[in-house]
Design a protein around this ligand. Structure first.
Ligand code: TXA
Ligand code: MG
Length: 332
């Protein structure tokens, strides 16, 4: 459950955005770093604040599906069907971009990613901000490029912070994000729909609405920073270990402090584990706490993080994807 909407805070966030400022906004997936998508300078500042390369395209967040023709030059029936099924919600659609959409938003590509978030605060903010021109907000995750994505306002305060000591103009604190991992991205700008990023809207859910198969995008897919091998990464080296190998690995690391997330508590048998988190049994529960868990495991002052491998089935795709990137070598 999200806290009740603070109308004063919403009004202030809206005014800051209209003036070209940067506001961290709560969404159901992760916190976003919002700017007026029509304001070139403001949008470019989000790249600087995140230290993100400017050729990595941003998602335009809109108040409803009615905004689609204002940002996309072609709106196929598939997009309308998906919007009806999943918007507002954690699904982003990539479509051919409209002239209105600046190349500073799309990283120079001729397609644009669009999403209508369901978090009640940000939904209300977008309705207030949109106006007759269906204005939108660009919002990458509100973290320094490559860091763990924020799922509560405290994560944003710690990483980017608010002026004068930090980098943002305002943080809209709408509680903890319910989904916990970034939106599913589907590319509808090519010859057939394909998944660019896994999220809470699963392949099966997309296929059911579209009535066709929706494969993963090939390696020639459009640029997406969430597709970099090392992303969403803690500073401490993280290993994903199958359950039956976990105890053996802990013995090998007996001389080091190790932080563990697993389905069983290994602390009695392994005194080198000062910090343990119990892994949730459902993919939704796991996604919800994953980034907070990575933050905590990273802060546990250990030399290694071991995570028990979750189930390798389709409904765990988003969790396994993000864990895999958290474990990837930074210079790989
Ligand atoms: O859940 C989310 O989507 C969050 C919240 C804040 O809405 N936002 C988010 O934004 O994850 P960001 O910038 O961290 O990730 C956006 C992803 C990137 O991987 C980007 O490359 C991809 O969307 N993307 C954006 N425009 C694209 C385009 N035209 N073609 C292909 N990928 C695109
Ligand atoms: Mg991100």
């Amino acid at each position: 459950m999200y806290p009740r909407i603070d109308e004063k805070a919403l009004e202030e966030a809206c005014a800051v955005l209209q003036a070209g400022g940067l506001v961290a906004i709560p969404t159901e997936t992760v916190y976003g770093l919002a700017a007026d998508a029509d304001n070139r300078e403001a949008v470019l500042r989000t790249f600087a604040v995140k230290s993100r390369p400017t050729n990595h395209p941003l998602i335009v967040h809109v108040a409803s599906a009615e905004a689609l023709p204002f940002w996309a030059s072609v709106v196929p029936q598939q997009a309308l069907d998906l919007a009806r099924a999943f918007w507002p919600g954690p699904l982003t659609m990539v479509l051919p971009k409209a002239d209105r959409c600046g190349s500073f938003v799309t990283g120079g590509q001729d397609s644009v990613a669009i999403r209508c978030p369901s978090h009640p605060w940000t939904h209300a903010l977008l309705e207030r901000f949109a106006g007759a021109g269906h204005k939108g907000l660009t919002a990458p995750s509100a973290n320094t490029f490559g860091h763990i994505s924020p799922t509560c306002a405290a994560h944003v305060r710690e990483d980017l912070g608010v002026k004068p000591t930090g980098k943002l103009d305002y943080i809209l604190d709408g509680g903890t994000c319910e989904v916990g991992v970034e939106s599913t991205i589907i590319n509808l700008s090519g010859s057939r729909p394909e998944i660019l990023r896994h999220g809470a809207i699963t392949r099966a859910m997309l296929e059911e609405v579209l009535g066709c198969s929706v494969p993963d995008a090939g390696s020639d897919a459009p640029r997406a920073s969430g597709r970099l091998k090392s992303h969403y990464a803690p500073n401490t080296k993280l290993e994903i270990i199958k359950r039956d190998l976990l105890e053996k690995r802990l013995e090998e690391l007996a001389s080091q402090p190790v932080a563990v997330m697993a389905s069983f508590d290994p602390r009695k048998a392994h005194p080198n584990v000062p910090f343990f988190l119990s892994s949730p049994a459902s993919p939704q529960g796991y996604a919800h706490m994953l980034y907070e868990a990575l933050h905590q495991l990273d802060k546990a002052r250990c030399t290694r993080i071991l995570v028990e491998e979750p189930p390798q089935t389709a409904d765990w795709a988003a969790v396994n994807d993000r864990l895999g990137r958290a474990a990837a070598d930074k210079d790989a």
